[in-house]
Design a protein around this ligand. Structure first.
Ligand SMILES: *[C@@H]1O[C@H](CO)[C@@H](O)[C@H](O)[C@H]1NC(C)=O
Length: 270
């Protein structure tokens, strides 16, 4: 209970990407762990079933030469209540992006709902970590969300693209002038759904040549009016903090960044 979910998931995600054999072990009675910001993760094994393992230290690579964030067609993101954010997820979604987003937004006191687009709430991420969604998308489709964020992971994003419920929610979101966005691979999905016309975005380098809208390649985050896009996994901290800043201002974002020992500019213009 109360594990720092970002630390556990980032470590396991980076190591698995590097080809390491990683076991997430639960020290609870069951395999389900409710982490400190409420995300439910399912461990691979109980700790008693694990042999000792040796870990090498790997860091998340972030290219410091990139612009932290760029904003065009600036609008305020209005809300008169605790902001509500919907994150639809599917098997194959990028779990590190999901966990970092949820963690940072909840730290900033934003309401986040993780919604599975399939019947089961048990989601297996791209690095095989198991996350339990808060609900299924149908159960989330009656409420209004200030922001809908589509996480990356190509296989997951393609599954999200096939959800007719999500397609309808995204279309309504744009028509109502509410906020939406995507990270890494998912701007491609937003484009396929007609949500990027006349927009400026950033996206994962591997899909940039498939985008027909304006792309700012050198920015980790691009905010164009009601649309926010992020370049990829290594830029999710900046992406999440940009959301916090749009909702609550620079001070709150700086406070959350300090709590995570994440380097963030002192002034709003940096
Ligand atoms: C994800 O895959 C697992 C194992 O293949 C399956 O049991 C589960 O129902 C799937 N979840 C979703 C949300 O599709």
């Amino acid at each position: 209970m109360g594990t720092e979910e970002m630390e556990a998931v980032i470590l396991a995600g980076v190591l698995r990407r590097a080809g390491a054999d990683v076991t997430l072990a639960s020290v609870e009675d069951g395999l389900e762990i409710e982490a400190s910001y409420g995300t439910r993760i399912i461990a691979d094994k109980p700790i008693a079933a694990c042999a000792d393992q040796v870990f090498d230290l790997v860091a998340v690579p972030i290219d410091a030469a990139l612009e932290r964030s760029t904003e065009v067609n600036r609008v305020e993101w209005p809300f008169d209540h605790k902001p509500q954010v919907l994150i639809p997820i599917a098997n194959g979604s990028e779990e590190m992006e999901i966990i970092m987003l949820v963690d940072i937004l909840r730290r900033a006191n934003i309401n986040v709902v993780l919604a599975s687009v399939d019947e089961s709430t048990n989601v297996v991420g791209s690095q095989r970590m198991k996350i339990v969604a808060d609900k299924c998308i149908l159960g989330a489709s009656d409420s209004k969300h200030d922001l809908i964020i589509i996480p990356g992971g190509p296989a997951g994003a393609e599954r999200l693209h096939r959800s007719t419920t999500l397609k309808k929610l995204l279309k309504e979101q744009k028509q109502a002038g509410r906020m939406y966005g995507g990270i890494s691979y998912s701007p491609l999905i937003l484009q396929k759904q007609g949500l990027l016309e006349d927009k400026t975005v950033t996206a994962h380098p591997s899909i940039v040549d498939q985008l027909t809208c304006q792309v700012i390649d050198g920015s980790k985050v691009v905010i164009d009016g009601n649309l926010i896009t992020g370049k990829g996994l290594g830029t999710v901290m900046d992406f999440s903090l940009a959301i916090v800043r749009k909702f609550f201002g620079h001070g709150r974002a700086k406070g959350v960044a300090n709590g995570m020992v994440f380097d963030y500019p002192k002034s709003r213009n940096a």
